[in-house]
Design a protein around this ligand. Structure first.
Ligand code: NAD
Ligand code: DAU
Length: 359
């Protein structure tokens, strides 16, 4: 039975990945989820699986080398799936330090402990051990509006403290592969959307604000482009790279689904209006009049677009969920989980929101 150590499994993509894995493999795998439970980590995301006998949660900080060492000493870990990170660009612009600490130092701690636990006396590693480092397309910088894609060979050019910290963590993983032949893969994925996403990010923020008749903040001219991927398609890509990815390779993962931010907001308004019954009092207030242009994000990358050619040709992964379907699934999930949204938007979230937005 393979044992996965998932870091950051209480966050958005990590919790979706854990659901994906138990749905697919049932009792044939074991998952240990290590998470510090920052504002972004939420055990409610894993309520339905928390009692499984093949699931364990450990609350720990990935920068705490002693705590991570304990996990490796007590368990025979086969695969590390490393999600844990500070993930929000706007927060990184306000407070870069924690991004360097968690994303760079935390990754180093994970690498060191996996290496110490797996490396044999002759410097090789047992068959089947793998460190899957989950990264972002933002390490490649920004594309022109009228063309080009991010390939695995595109030079790194991060612009925000967040993307610089992720680029640094990627470089550390690459250095371990080059120096120690450490068995790893890196995946660089585009923007995810779906259930359990914290409402500081564009899509859940717009859904939540619209449902409360609040203004819908658009940075700058609203024409920045992101390449949106349904989160379960990302989970599937990670699983496939773990199983079929060639060691030491990087794979770009993307949705072939480029949209301007303003288009996304208009699609959400239209979809909410389609999905809400006429009898719902919130429906009348959800119109494009809520759209409010606000000050642009500092250093705002103009366009991201992934070329997922390598993962398609080498591994056979392709995005499966069309945006028009994925956004409905996502909105439906938020409709059905109003308490989840209430819980995560109480307390600190409101302080964050009022500091970030004056709308
Ligand atoms: P998230 O912010 O929703 O979740 C991050 C999780 O990591 C949380 O559960 C949090 O508690 C945990 N965490 C943070 N600091 C920690 C620490 N020091 N020790 C232990 N746990 C800690 O993030 P997400 O959107 O799910 O992103 C997960 C990963 O995927 C990140 O590495 C991110 O860079 C990458 N990624 C995200 C996207 C996206 O669109 N969201 C796209 C590509 C790549
Ligand atoms: O590309 C992958 C990255 O996608 C991940 O690595 C990051 O962890 C993830 O947060 C995401 O980064 P973005 O900065 O692209 O996502 P965000 O949802 O913050 O913003 C998406 C776009 O929407 C971006 O151009 C900024 C804009 N925006 C965002 C918010 C929160 C707005 O116009 N208004 C808003 O209120």
């Amino acid at each position: 039975m393979r044992t996965y150590l998932v870091t950051g499994g209480a966050g958005f993509i990590g919790s979706n990945f854990i659901h994906y894995m138990f749905n697919k493999y049932g009792d044939d795998i074991r998952i240990i989820n290590v998470d510090k439970l920052t504002y972004a980590g939420n055990l409610e995301n894993l309520k339905d699986i928390e009692d499984r006998k093949n699931y364990t949660f450990v609350r720990a900080d990935i920068t705490d080398a002693a705590a991570i060492e304990q996990i490796f000493m007590k368990n025979d870990i086969d695969v590390v799936v490393h999600f844990a990170a500070e993930s929000h660009v706007d927060r990184s612009i306000r407070n870069p330090e924690v991004f360097v600490k968690t994303n760079v130092l935390g990754t180093l701690v994970m690498l060191n402990n996996a290496k110490a636990s797996w490396e044999k006396a002759d410097g090789t590693y047992p068959e089947g051990k793998k460190f899957l480092h989950v990264s972002t397309d933002e390490v490649y910088g920004s594309l022109e509006e009228d063309g080009g894609y991010f390939y695995e060979t595109t030079p790194y050019a991060p612009h925000s403290p967040y993307s610089a910290s992720k680029a640094s963590s990627d470089m550390l993983v690459k250095s371990y592969m080059d120096t120690y032949k450490f068995p790893a893969n890196i995946t660089n994925c585009s923007n995810n959307y779906g259930p359990y996403q914290f409402p500081e990010k564009l899509i859940p923020l717009i859904i939540n604000n619209a449902l409360h008749g609040k203004k819908l903040p658009v940075y700058g001219d609203g024409k920045n482009v992101r390449d949106w991927l349904y989160v379960m398609d990302h989970a599937k890509a990670i699983d496939m790279v773990i199983n079929e990815g060639k060691l030491f390779e990087t794979y770009n993962v993307g949705g072939h689904n480029e949209k301007q931010n303003i288009e996304i907001i208009k699609i959400i308004i239209e979809t909410l209006r389609e999905m809400l019954p006429d009898s719902d009092p919130r429906k009348a207030a959800i119109t494009e009049d809520l759209i409010t242009y606000v000050e642009d994000r500092k250093g705002h990358d103009r366009r991201y677009a992934i070329a997922p050619d390598k993962i398609k040709s080498e591994i056979g992964w392709e995005p499966e969920t069309m945006f028009k379907d994925g956004i409905k699934l996502t909105i439906k999930w938020y409709f059905e989980h109003e308490d989840w949204m209430k819980n995560v938007t109480s307390g600190d979230y409101m302080n964050y929101y009022s500091q970030m937005y004056s709308v």
